[in-house]
Design a protein around this ligand. Sequence first.
Ligand SMILES: Cc1ncc(COP(=O)(O)O)c(C=O)c1O
Length: 241
Amino acid sequence: MPVHWAGRPCELDKIKIIAKKYNLKIIQDASQAIDTRFKNKQLVYFGDICTYSMHPLKNLNIWGDGGFVATNNKKIADKLYLLRNHGLVNRNNSKIFGYNSRLDTIQAVVANYKLKNKLNRVTKKRIKNSKLFDRLFKNNPNVKTIKRHSYLREVFHLYHINVKKRDQLQQYLISKSIDAKVHYPIPIHLQSAAKYLKYKRGDFPTAEEIANTTLSLPVHEFIREKDIKYVVNLVDKFYSK
Ligand SMILES: Cc1ncc(COP(=O)(O)O)c(C=O)c1O
């Protein structure tokens, strides 16, 4: 289950090779990655199922909760149609036990409208904003940004940097009215919900290091060039203190 975190596609061709070797299905969590491409192709091309979220904080956001599933597999699609509506094939007959996972009609209308009329602009603006952040942070030794690859179309649900003194920097930015956030402070193996798996601190040092140093900066489509410069200047100022 690869998670395309922050809107950056995972290394899907490598994952596909592993899945083939071990006869595994690939279910992609693309909640943060709508409009992403891997080697110019839609993510669903590389797996069996791709799930998307349209939660109000996502790049394509509706007016409440909602999401959708993409698949190129007719059998899976038919099963999903059943599962989302109590397994009903008609008013009176349930073929399988399912759920109520129907997308509200109003939310579906909003989603369709935004897919056609808004998403492209949102994606382009987030990419543009992130490129500017990348360029301005390039020569800052205190700020680490992830290496970009031309075969990945990242859609920057989040723009994150990795920094020392992360918590202090976050507080400093918040004091200047910048909505700096940590996505996410606790890695999954240290969540209470995962207690039964018996992992402990130190078991996944890379994930833990990222959780301790990551900071997300506002990158959404309403941010202007001058806002980005302001944020970058504040980060510079913090480390020159
Ligand atoms: C990576 C990831 N997976 C899953 C979800 C869950 O999405 P939803 O709340 O729409 O079910 C989210 C949203 O917060 C997410 O960011």
